[in-house]
Write a protein that binds this ligand. Structure first.
Ligand code: G6P
Length: 612
């Protein structure tokens, strides 16, 4: 994800900024850039950019003599426009006097850009971010820099973390926050601005957290904070007591917990700018070039591994029910060695967080060879699978560090929902159905939040069951894959033997295992198979088996059947997996932690499996 670093003080800015960029690398990025206001009588903004690693930028900087004590820098994770030097931040206005780095998405950038072009502005990039520099330039014609920034911010819709320089104000930096984190490190006669505490901790432990809607004007002597109406705001200086790794974890003990709690945001990021309610349609820019081909496909094969495979299974239910296209989901490791029957009307979709999984890549190359249309649902921008597929949709979930996938999974489900609407609306899906799905999808982030708030109760249940050696997780229809994913999580993280099963199959084998020492978990929301699941639960109960249920809030019947219940909010049946998986992630996490295991790096597992 994009990262921001800014410096103003007595030191040379470039080395501090480079160091900050390196510390932000762990977030994942595809390009990096820097702007420094030069001294030596040459009052100009030096800007250097590089596609790829920060080391490439460092190499470029080492060949220049950049002298200056104020600068901003950025690592970019592409959203609008491909990763390349011209789309890389910082972005400049027409005159080259104003330099801007931006995290977030400006949703109304097209309108603003069109207006600015009419006013004579020339744009150098395809990004939404560049408009900020030009807007400020436009306002600067009539007012001073600070006022111009405030007026510009009033026009922006979307989210931003911004750091801005003006050549004619070489002792000032303006930063602003709306929905994208930004904090100000307060050092001795120096200030460091960053989107992430990990770029600040080595300079100072004194920080000011900017809140949404706040703007700070910083000089080497001090800073003032205001809102966009220029009303002054008193800010408290807090003390950071994190080390580097903790900083990357946002103060939480594990990446897995941090990423689990990031899901309201990552799900939002997956749908941001992609929902068009008026026509009940999903806007998927990455599929624009293959829209016609997609209209003609009559079959989909999803290939993936691990957690991504279970996302694919949910996708199968969604796509068949709502888009009316036959779907098969295959383990990539199987697909690559079979003789799949493919033709030009088959789309093969790879789902992969890393975009580097060897089996998934091999499956895609095989499908490509056989003439199928290949697509990717990938989190890592510019990864091998992203490059090898003909088109695709990025997750924008941000880097996932915990080996067990959490936020990438819910993000994949979000994209699959959007894809279902997209392909469905290309076919028979009605406007009203498209609108209803999108409306309910938009509620999911807040609904995930309400489940995360039950963390303490979920922990209690985890501790109650932590000593059982075996589990059976069951669900049906949309929640059969969730039972499988939940079982995978507790295996990976807590080393508990757990079988995920479709609840209807229980009677064909697993029920033989059930006794008082073999608990079951049922994912049993109020959906079209609710009664069937309840019957299954009764059979378990009759054999003395203990039951944990994941059920819909307001379900009174469930307490009679289950020993422990975790409630999730009500949503459309197809969207329940986005909610029901959250308690299962937390259960696995708390059981693993209670046993003292390293949940971020479970034994024998790797985050990205790039070998067969
Ligand atoms: C590994 C990881 C899993 C992941 C799987 C597929 O096994 O530990 O968390 O689900 O690979 O990875 P991908 O990057 O292709 O989604």
């Amino acid at each position: 994800m994009c990262g921001i670093i800014g410096y103003i003080g007595k030191k040379q800015a470039a080395p501090v900024l480079l160091d900050g960029l390196k510390r932000l690398e762990y977030r994942g990025y595809d390009s990096a850039g820097i702007s420094v206001i030069g001294e030596n009588g040459s009052r100009k903004i030096f800007t250097l950019k590089a596609t790829g690693k920060v080391a490439i930028l460092e190499e470029k900087i080492s060949k220049q003599n950049i002298i200056g004590n104020i600068g901003i820098a950025h690592t970019r994770w592409a959203t609008h426009g491909k990763p390349c030097d011209k789309n890389c931040h910082p972005h400049l206005d027409c005159s080259g006097n104003i330099s801007v780095v931006h995290n977030g998405i400006i949703e109304n950038y097209r309108q603003l850009k069109n207006q600015l072009i009419k006013n004579g502005h020339h744009f150098s990039s395809e990004t939404d971010s560049e408009i900020v520099a030009h807007l400020i330039e436009e306002f600067c014609k009539k007012m001073d820099f600070r006022e111009a920034v405030l007026q510009s911010l009033k026009l922006l819709k979307g989210t931003y973390g911004l750091a801005i320089l003006h050549k004619d104000h070489p002792a000032q930096m303006i930063v602003a926050r709306l929905g994208s984190p930004l904090l100000l490190g307060v050092g001795k006669e120096e200030f460091i601005v960053a989107s992430d505490a990990c770029a600040i901790v080595q300079y100072t432990d004194k920080v000011v957290y900017l809140e949404d809607g706040e703007v700070a004007l910083i000089t080497s002597e001090g800073f003032e904070v205001m809102n966009i109406k220029n009303k002054q705001i008193e800010k408290k200086v807090s003390t950071l007591d994190w080390d580097m790794e903790q900083a990357q974890k946002n103060g939480l003990p594990h990446f897995m917990l941090k990423e689990t709690f990031e899901q309201p945001e990552s799900v939002k990021n997956a749908m941001r700018g992609r929902i068009s309610k008026a026509d009940g349609m999903a806007r998927l820019g990455g599929l624009r070039d293959v829209e016609k081909k997609l209209k003609n496909i009559n079959r989909i094969i999803i290939v993936s591994c691990g957690t991504s495979y279970y996302a694919g299974l949910v996708g199968e239910y969604m796509l068949e029910e709502y888009a009316g296209i036959p779907v098969e989901v295959e383990y990539a490791s199987e697909f690559r060695y079979r003789k799949p029957i493919l033709n030009r009307k088959t789309a093969v979709i790879a789902i992969s967080q890393s975009g580097e999984t060897a089996d998934t890549l091999a499956a895609i190359l095989e499908a490509k060879n056989k003439g199928a249309l290949t697509l990717g649902i990938i989190n890592t921008v510019g990864s091998t699978i992203a490059r090898e597929t003909e088109a695709g949709v990025y997750n924008h979930a941000g880097p996932e560090m915990g080996v067990a996938s959490t936020k990438a999974f819910t993000s994949q489900l979000t994209i699959l929902t959007l894809l279902t609407v997209f392909l469905g609306r290309q076919r028979e899906m009605s406007l009203v159905t498209g609108q209803r799905i999108l409306k309910e999808l938009e509620k999911i982030p807040a609904q995930i939040e309400t489940i995360l708030k039950q963390g303490k109760e979920i922990k209690k249940i985890a501790l109650k069951y932590k000593n059982y050696a075996d589990f059976l997780y069951m669900g049906r229809k949309y929640n059969f894959p969730i039972a499988m994913e939940g079982a995978l999580k507790i295996k990976e993280i807590a080393y508990v033997h757990c079988a995920g099963y479709p609840s209807g199959e229980m009677k064909h084998g697993p029920i033989a295992l059930i006794d008082k020492n073999f608990p079951s978990l049922f994912v049993v929301p109020k959906d079209s198979v609710y009664e069937k699941n309840i019957s299954g639960m009764q059979e378990i109960k009759a054999r003395g088996g203990k039951i944990i249920a994941i059920a819909t809030v307001g379900d009174k019947e469930i307490k009679k059947q289950a020993n422990d219940v975790i409630f999730i909010p009500k949503t459309l049946e197809m969207l329940t997996p986005l909610l029901s998986v959250i308690p299962l992630q937390l259960l696995a996490y708390y059981v693993g932690v209670s046993k003292g295991y390293d949940v971020d790096k479970p034994r024998n597992l790797a985050k990205s499996v790039t070998v067969e």
